[in-house]
Design a protein around this ligand. Sequence first.
Ligand SMILES: [Fe+2]
Ligand SMILES: [Fe+2]
Length: 448
Amino acid sequence: MADDRTAPPVAEAEGPREKVMIVDDDLTNLIFAKSALSETYDVYTAPSAAKMFSVMGAGVVPDIVLLDISMPVMDGYEAIRRLKAAPATAKVPVIFLTAMTNTQAEMDGLSLGAVDYISKPFDPALLRKRVEIHLTVVAQKRLLEDQRNLLQEQKGQLEEQRGQLLEFNRNLMGMVEEKTSRVIELQGAILSTVADLVECRDDFTGGHVNRTKNFLRLLVGALSDSGLYSDSMIGWDLELLCRSSELHDVGKISVSDTILLKRGRLTAEEFEEIKLHTIYGVKIIERMAQATNEIDYLKHARIFAGTHHERWDGSGYPTGLKGEEIPLEGRLLAICDVYDALVSRRPYKEPLSHETAVGVIVKGRGTHFDPALTDVFEKVSQSFKAWGVRNGPGALRETEAGAAGSGARRVQERGGGGFGGTSVGLGTAVAISRGAGVSSARQGALKK
Ligand SMILES: [Fe+2]
Ligand SMILES: [Fe+2]
């Protein structure tokens, strides 16, 4: 049995050296091993497993342990079990030093976690080489582990930064959306105000723009449900489309007050001037388009302004477009525009009832109006009536409150209106005259 003592580490000037713990109850082996290794490493020797644990308990955690198997009290197998069970030493490589040469003993040791076997008596150079190899392996493992930890840490930081970036983006998107919606709201309000201002100049037609927009919303909704003209509607934002109809009569701002506010019969020249509100409207909207990004809104608005008085048979204005040459927007608005004119009171005419107005529009199927859209209108016309009674012109509320049809009758009594019946006269009521001497009722429809 060897003396129970440990040798202090040899101090080196080149910083901390790796620590080797040698455990053997044979003092000769301890001395021999220590002399073989102490030049390179800090060597601790322990004559028993108990002493090794005692040294470790004092804070010395070796980088490698050379462990004898056959020792009294606690043999090498038990010692390695304890080393592997303790977190502080579980990864410390253990090399068994033993005189045993049987294969089973080696397998037992390796299965308990030993990294190698060195048979006694050992060659000092071989011992140094084996220790160096295993310490190199340990160092590389540590390096890999450090790199893995570093990568994990960087991954964590990246994920944190990504989270922060996503949050930032979310906030930014929210701010942009809020800003955008405010700008859109503001632009919508400005454009609606422009439409209102234009309408205010024409004291015959109060509320026309708003009512027409709402009738258009009903007609476009029904058209969308029907599946008709779906190709032409690709990419349409229906709400935006309806809002943009508010500018359809904006060109009236360029028509002189004398003509716009004239209560009497218009001359042929004055009619020609009124008709120009379509062209003036297009120009005004084109100027607006140069100053804003509301491209879709103004694109529709320009079409509405320029084509809402075109007629299916080519007799409309300003261009005389025919059939599907007329953009779908213009064909849709033509129906809503005329419907509102018919059910609204004017200084020169009484309002028609809803049913009579529908009859006028159906009468214009294929001449004034797109036949397919007229059919869609007829199907959805009850919704026009419901909306009109609820929100629309006082006239529709009046006529539907018990005097349905009386509007047409009163016009008959007025004598020169052209609204005199549901067959011929009503057709002319919405006709757009190109000539002089047009009746007041026809002029009213024209003015819309
Ligand atoms: Fe118009
Ligand atoms: Fe109009």
